[in-house]
Design a binder for this molecule. Sequence first.
Ligand code: SF4
Ligand code: SF4
Length: 159
Amino acid sequence: MAVTERMPWYVAGLCFKCQGCGACCSGPAEGYIWVTRPEVELIADCLEISVSRLRRQYLKRVGLRTTIIEHEYTKDCVFLRKIDDQRQCIIYPVRPSQCRTWPFWADNLKNASNWNKAARKCPGINRGRLYTREQIEQIKNKKKWWQDGKQQPDIEESS
Ligand code: SF4
Ligand code: SF4
């Protein structure tokens, strides 16, 4: 018997274009910005500091995982800085997988309601470039981005 593939609700694709507002990197809600060991090394290289200093100053352990810390009061990611009046990620070329795959996270893609809920926080969702279902799934499942041999964003940068 032929097995019919169940189509995801976003089979026609989804639009996204980052507007550069920085909302996904900032508070007021507390969150986690998970990093893996290879990402820790890349971030340390990018900041030209040792891995141990990076871990001491900017990371913390939560159970078995490691997260980038947030500012105590604003809950902004510690790597979000104001440069030329714009909020920018100072480790952008090596930002972790969690950051580079937004908004195509499994939870956001579960159903249209979750997607539209995410859109209320992120003005880039449902705007701009159309990503096909295949592209969405490729981004969603891409954890080891550094293995590409390039550190290019998979999702278009904001203009
Ligand atoms: S991804 Fe969304 S929330 Fe984050 S900076 Fe871009 S537009 Fe703003
Ligand atoms: S690492 Fe960069 S992209 Fe990720 S949350 Fe922090 S400032 Fe935002």
